[in-house]
Design a protein around this ligand. Structure first.
Ligand code: ZN
Ligand code: ZN
Length: 159
């Protein structure tokens, strides 16, 4: 099953929806139409974002970074406590154990496709290998574009 997680352009609530080829994509909150018809990505792949629509997307691990950091911190803490009680072997064991959990989690987690511009996330699309991995230059370009857009939308001084 392929899903999309994105921000609705109209009401800005987080929308998580199943992607069904040929069917429209609507916001579950305000029923704003986000895509008139979901393209069939099976023969080929999803070439552009359904929400914004931009063709610049990148592959990243479906792994919440905060979780990884939390695991490492907890491991470090537990290992320090063991060290304090002179349990040297246990201390190292915990440290390596938590690092290993991090690595294993990273490997088993699948990939997702994310849009640079609107940060819509696509899961379960299957073949997304043609999209590149994260590129800081492209990201920066879209970040600056978004900043410019925000500035332009700001009401100017009254005449
Ligand atoms: Zn909405
Ligand atoms: Zn997008």
């Amino acid at each position: 099953m392929a899903t999309i997680t994105c921000l609705c352009p109209a009401c800005e609530s987080t929308v998580r929806s199943e992607l069904i080829p040929g069917e429209e994509l609507r916001c579950s909150q305000c029923s704003q139409q986000m895509a008139p018809s979901v393209p069939d990505w099976q023969d080929g792949q999803l070439n552009c974002c359904l929400v914004c629509p931009s063709d610049q997307m990148f592959i990243r691990k479906d792994f919440p970074q905060r979780l990884g950091v939390t695991i490492v911190c907890l491991g470090f803490l537990a290992s320090s406590i063991a060290w304090f009680y002179h349990q040297v072997l246990l201390s190292f064991g915990i440290l390596f154990g938590t690092a290993a959990i991090d690595v294993i989690l990273y490997i088993v987690m699948g990939n997702l496709l994310e849009c640079y511009r609107c940060h819509a996330q696509y899961r379960g699309l299957g073949d997304i290998a043609s999209h590149g991995s994260f590129n800081l230059e492209v990201h920066e370009r879209f970040r600056q574009e978004a900043a410019r857009l925000k500035q332009a939308q700001r009401p100017g001084p009254a005449n």
